[in-house]
Design a protein around this ligand. Structure first.
Ligand SMILES: Nc1nc2c(ncn2[C@@H]2O[C@H](COP(=O)(O)OP(=O)(O)OP(=O)(O)O)[C@@H](O)[C@H]2O)c(=O)[nH]1
Ligand SMILES: [Mg+2]
Length: 297
């Protein structure tokens, strides 16, 4: 798809055409950054979608929670986007099928747009695609963007750099979870959910998280909620936290934050350079061509 077609798709998407929006997101995944940012509104959107990141160990109930959250947020008549980063699937097609089942009750809702993003192998490719897509949700007048990503591996966590608020989901079974969390999840959490609280050990884990926050020397402690996502228990409280922040200045300030802009630029530039490297490598057909790569002019 050309730059002009990308721009046309965005115009249609802004008018509420989800099919065009989906094609625009696909274009963003591959388009050169110069074409993407020729679309000025992507650089300084006039409105923002509140980006709520949800992470945690595999199988913690993140998607179940997202499904329930959508229902609660929809009661406020909000337009909701979901970016599900699915590392288990090398093909986004597979990811889409999986999430179609998980979020099935929302697939026909004209105010809910769900997109899965498979891990594409290339370094930084995932986060740069997610960052660009997140901007598109701003421009197309979504109120909330829920970003689900599994809390393992730096690539998956990098995606959360652009979130306005991050929720870390843990479960009682993972007794070592607080230990693991210290390795990175704790720094990014704004709120914790102890899910599967229908199982033993939930209260213990809540205390552990609270103690760990204390040990970490943080003066303000982050909320720790208990939930049973599969039974829609505790999810409303989480929705309330989102609703309290959604109208704040935070998202708009975050979009202008130099640290975040640099982080985003780093990932987009990395993708651009990788593409250039791949292009150069395609010319390496023999040792002479190989040597030529390293000759300075
Ligand atoms: N007992 C119990 N099971 C739950 C709860 N929430 C979710 N589950 C179940 O846990 C399993 C995993 O749920 P998902 O929502 O797919 O978990 P996830 O974190 O999105 O998993 P990945 O995306 O694969 O990392 C499913 O079988 C859910 O039905 C809960 O609160 N209690
Ligand atoms: Mg999931």
């Amino acid at each position: 798809m050309s730059a002009q077609e990308g721009s046309d798709k965005l115009a249609q998407a802004k008018a509420g055409d989800f099919q065009a929006f989906s094609k625009f997101l696909t274009w963003l995944e591959k388009a050169p950054a110069k074409d993407v940012f020729a679309l000025k509104e992507l650089i300084e959107p006039s409105r923002t979608a509140f980006r709520f990141g949800i992470t945690g160990p595999p199988g913690a109930g993140k998607s179940t929670l997202v499904g329930r959250l959508i229902s609660h947020l929809r009661k406020q008549n909000l337009k909701i986007g979901v970016l599900a980063v699915d590392p288990s699937s090398p093909f986004s097609q597979g990811a889409i099928l999986g999430d179609r089942i998980r979020y099935s009750e929302h697939f026909l809702d004209p105010a809910v747009f769900i997109r899965s993003l498979g891990t594409r192998g290339s370094l930084g490719g995932l986060s740069s695609a997610a960052f660009l897509m997140a901007r598109a949700f701003d421009v197309c007048a979504f109120d909330v963007l829920l970003i689900e990503t599994v809390g393992v591996g730096q690539t998956e966590l990098d995606v959360l750099h652009v979130a306005d608020q991050v929720c870390v989901v843990l479960v009682p079974e993972s007794g070592d979870s607080v230990q693991a969390m210290k390795a990175g999840l704790m720094e990014i959490a704004d709120v914790y959910v102890v899910n599967k609280a229908d199982r033993p050990g939930a209260d213990g884990l809540v205390r552990e998280i609270e103690a760990a926050q204390h040990d970490g020397g943080s003066s303000t402690s982050k909320p720790v909620l208990k939930a049973v996502a599969s039974e829609d228990k505790g999810v409303e409280e989480l929705a309330r936290l989102i609703l309290a922040d959604i109208k704040s200045e935070r998202p708009a300030a975050n979009r202008r934050d130099p640290k975040r802009l640099r982080e985003e630029a780093r990932s987009i530039l990395r993708r651009e350079w990788e593409n250039r490297i791949d292009q150069q490598l395609s010319h390496v057909s023999d040792p002479a061509a190989f040597a030529k790569l390293f000759q300075t002019k």
